[in-house]
Ligand binder design. Sequence first.
Ligand SMILES: *Cc1c(COP(=O)(O)O)cnc(C)c1O
Length: 719
Amino acid sequence: MKGDTVNSDPSANIAIPELPDELSGLGEIALNLWWTWNPRGKNIFRQLNPYLWKESGHNPIEMLKKLSPKELQRACDNENFMREYRYVNALFKEYMHDKTVYSEEEPLPIAYFCAEYGLHHSVPIYSGGLGFLAGDILKESSDMGLPMVGIGFMYPQGYIRQIIGSDGWQNGTNEPINRDTAPIERVLDDSGGHFTIQVPFIDPPVYAAVWKINVGRATLYLLDTDIQKNDPWDREISSRLYTPDMNQRLRQEIVLGIGGYRVLEELGIEYSILNLNEGHPAFALFERVRSFMEDEGMALDDAIEEVRKSSVFTTHTPLQAGTDVYGFDMMSHYFEEYWKRLGMDKERFMGFGINPDAPKAGFNMTVLGLRMCSHRNAVSKKHRDVTRTIWKSVFDHENEKEVPIDYVTNGVHIPTWIGDELFEELDRKLGENWLHMQDNEDLWSRIEEIDDKKIWDLHYIYKVRMVNFIRERVRRKWADEGIDPLVAMAEGVMLDPDVLTIGFARRMTSYKRPDLILHDLDRLERIINDFARPVQIIFAGKAHPSDNPGKKILQHIFKTAQDPRFRGRIAFVEDYGESVAKYLVRGCDVWLNNPLIPMEACGTSGMKAAINGTIHCSSLDGWWPEGYNGQNGWAFGGESSDDAADAAALYDTIEQKIVPLYYTLNERDLPGGWVSMMKESMRSVAPKFSARRMMKEYLGKFYIPVSKELTEVKKGEES
Ligand SMILES: *Cc1c(COP(=O)(O)O)cnc(C)c1O
């Protein structure tokens, strides 16, 4: 069968070493990211060899490769280990074979397209929030039994490892993806070779090989142009995310959209609904029109109508400037044959991408998505209002309220982001079934029943783990590279788990104002160095390689962290990614967010923090106007942004609210008020900003109504 990977075939998976028969299930578990969101799944690997587990960066494939046959045999002889292994294996099998689907009205399969996916650090094919949203959507769809396939890109050189020089300047090195230790499999063709598609209409032809990743019960297909069959320039198409070379970027989006669509067609994957996450893959819409015309004999206008009503477009940008626009000449170069094939002339074809506010600028991918999908959503309520304003001319509306763009506020995949010990405590207090009811707000009121000391102790464990993780990294740098002591200080060796800790981890870019808290250094110094009630701040985040203002902000932070007057209480943690994020969202006390309003479309790291009891402190942008209830964190700053005023409001909040609450202990020697707020944060944020709630909204607003309509049309045709 096409597209079915055969594990026993050495060419299908190059990664998993030979295992003793008794442990053969471990290879299968290692090749399915299911283990990443199941505490006992993680544990089974850790138990095999805790040292190698750590050394491998929590990558089971890498670890299995390093285990000696002797060691594997020892595991087989260890009855305790085998009992746990059999249990986990049974859990996994049960999960995979569970046929229950969330909805009584079964939605038709959904094909989800996105340029990046944040799943786990062993598959570095993401840049930031957009990718983590896509990853969480696949994971949640799997948990809910929603039939979904993902389409994305393999970026062989994609991941930039951030290295900061002693002058605070960000340097990066490409960290090539290691296909031998990533949880990926080749998709095979009929003759057992690596399944490869040709992207139509690019001349000379471009080919993409197809890989797959098992995300529980969902499958993600990845296109890889780095294959011998391609010319060198074409091999580079998928080499890195969001290349600034516009020509190459256009070719990337042709491969993702049109090539991605070919993958679905040629593998015979059934789906009816397309969900495009952001404009990058929007060419899939044209390819779908073409396939309706050529395979099903539809007329152009009927095909367009059919595509419209079965497609969902999700937009994330709050600014027209944030969208991809390609010059008409460049577009003509690639699409001249294509529009003829669709029976369109150039004017009509280009018309789909012309932004009425900038008609000469070129072909706009977001405008294409908005025009060719009749279901459109922004990613928070506030972002919907912004999106309606910036795109109203696409819909010829003067009145923003009539612009047909809805919203689904993002959520986070709870079992991925919540700490394991907290997860287990919730098992005990909310009942074993809590994950199935995670979006039920009443359920979460039982958080109250967890003893304050238990919450505080768990939080302290996460904090110590975070500090140890940061220090250990610096220790290695110190040992390997002999870094300057001031650099070691700036990277966090002096962090103290007993000190109130504010975390700020996100992309280093101007609109997020990472250095807002450095606005008045004298005032900050007083806050940080308060003798009895000190404060420390941990920063992390990458600047885009071509974003010099972002790199300057980072440098400013790094240099401030080296300033002895802050006594090592400001730290910058290198190489923010999935792994660092997990330590920080669990280990900090406060999660800070202070974007220029209304530039944060949603933001999800604050949700990850809040469900772990790391309290959110943010200006009222993105999801926070929906999330903040007066008791579950802090909101500061005005309706519109002003750096000086916002910084002052932030300092006031820290001095008057945050510090006293944290350092006031009750008769049990616990910060009772603080722990209450942690509980309120978890109670109020977890159900409402869970990926479960989000997926139910996608279902209710889009997938189910579209399914119904398509099913009815089909029935009508049959009778
Ligand atoms: C969640 C997450 C993001 C997105 O969070 P924002 O709040 O939008 O910045 C970015 N990077 C990583 C590593 C994440 O885990």
